[in-house]
Every structure is written in structure tokens, then in C-alpha cells.
Design a protein around this ligand. Structure first.
Ligand SMILES: Cc1cc2nc3c(=O)[nH]c(=O)nc-3n(C[C@H](O)[C@H](O)[C@H](O)COP(=O)(O)OP(=O)(O)OC[C@H]3O[C@@H](n4cnc5c(N)ncnc54)[C@H](O)[C@@H]3O)c2cc1C
Length: 151
């Protein structure tokens, strides 16, 4: 990282940024063609969980190339100034790279949905079988992540 003074190296701080984020942006690569898709998510034990309809472009790409890049951000604030070049942005962010897999088993889907629900509500839920049949859960095993802040 060029700006070492802004680097976050503490994994627990990076995890707190992930837990404090409301949206995960997932970057995918379809051959040489990038695709970035915003998603709700949950995080537990080094894994990110997302839910999805059973078809669509992101699933098509993951099936061809499961390498993904995720971006999380919190504490966003525009710092205004008189001069254009003095404007700035406060932020805390994490970029994580990992491999995505698509969960098709009902128990795995229910587990992933509960990680997502826990992220947004702090609660767990029961999911009817017919709901689980209509969705898949994408799990990303994080292999590496970096953190950066301008606070
Ligand atoms: C804040 C936020 C949270 C979301 N959370 C979830 C979630 O938890 N689960 C979920 O499945 N979806 C979520 N969505 C919707 C998600 O971004 C995708 O639209 C959706 O998952 C379908 O993706 P797909 O690749 O299957 O697209 P497809 O339906 O296959 O459509 C493909 C094309 O549609 C366009 N497209 C797809 N999504 C978007 C978009 N969001 N904005 C503009 N153009 C788009 C792209 O150009 C793409 O090439 C969320 C969206 C937002 C903004």
C-alpha cells in the first residue's frame, strides 16, 4: 500500500469494518470483462455469505471463475473545503479476495441466511422449505484482506 500511514493491519479492526458495513460490493471477472455487483451480506469465521435468486449473471460468472474481490466501507464523510483540492473523504474500508462457492443444500442455505439476518438484525430465523428452494447462498472464503482508513 502506497499510503502506509493509512494502512490497517489488525485483523480484528478489519473484521469490525466488515461487520459495520451495510453493503458488500462483489467484483467478478468474466474472462477479461469485470462485473461488480452490490449485495447484502453476513460475515462469520472468515467467510462472507450472500443470498441470491437461482439464476443470473453473477452466478454464471462464479461457476466459470470463483475468484472474487469484495469491498466493504464504513464511516464515510465528505470533508468540505474552500479549495477543490482540499476536499477529502473520511472512510474505513476493507478489500478482501477469496473464492466463492454456491450452496445448494437446504441446511447450508439456512445457515447462510441466518448469518445474513444476524448481520442486519442480531437475530436468527426459521426459513420455510419452499423459500430455501427458491434461493442459493453464495459463500466466499476470504483468503486475504487489506484495510485502509482516512479518519
Ligand atoms: C444495496 C443493494 C443490496 C443488494 N442485495 C442483494 C442481495 O442480497 N442479493 C441479491 O441477489 N441481490 C441483491 N441486490 C441486487 C443485486 O445488485 C443484483 O441486481 C442481483 O443480485 C442480480 O444480479 P445478477 O448478476 O444475477 O444480475 P442479472 O439479473 O443477471 O442482470 C444482469 C445485468 O443487469 C445489470 N444489473 C444487475 N444488477 C444490477 C444493479 N444492482 N444495478 C444496476 N444494474 C444491474 C448488469 O448490467 C448486469 O449485466 C442488491 C442491490 C443493492 C443496490
Amino acid at each position: 500500500m502506497r499510503r502506509r500511514d493509512r494502512e490497517i493491519t489488525d485483523i480484528s479492526v478489519m473484521e469490525s469494518i466488515i461487520r459495520g458495513s451495510s453493503v458488500c460490493r462483489m467484483g467478478l471477472c468474466d474472462g477479461g470483462r469485470p462485473y461488480v455487483v452490490p449485495m447484502n451480506f453476513g460475515y462469520r469465521d472468515g467467510k462472507v455469505f450472500m443470498h441470491s435468486a437461482m439464476e443470473g449473471e453473477k452466478l454464471d460468472i462464479i461457476r466459470k471463475n470463483p475468484d472474487v474481490c469484495l469491498v466493504f466501507e464504513t464511516d464515510l464523510e465528505i470533508v468540505r473545503a474552500e479549495e477543490a483540492c482540499s476536499f477529502s473523504m473520511k472512510y474505513r474500508s476493507v478489500i478482501a479476495r477469496g473464492r466463492a462457492s454456491i450452496q445448494e443444500e437446504a441446511a447450508d442455505k439456512a445457515y447462510g441466511l441466518n448469518v445474513i439476518m444476524d448481520h442486519y438484525t442480531g437475530k436468527e430465523f426459521e426459513f420455510p422449505a419452499q423459500v430455501l428452494q427458491r434461493i442459493v447462498v453464495i459463500t466466499v472464503d476470504i483468503e486475504e484482506m487489506t484495510g485502509k482508513q482516512n479518519v
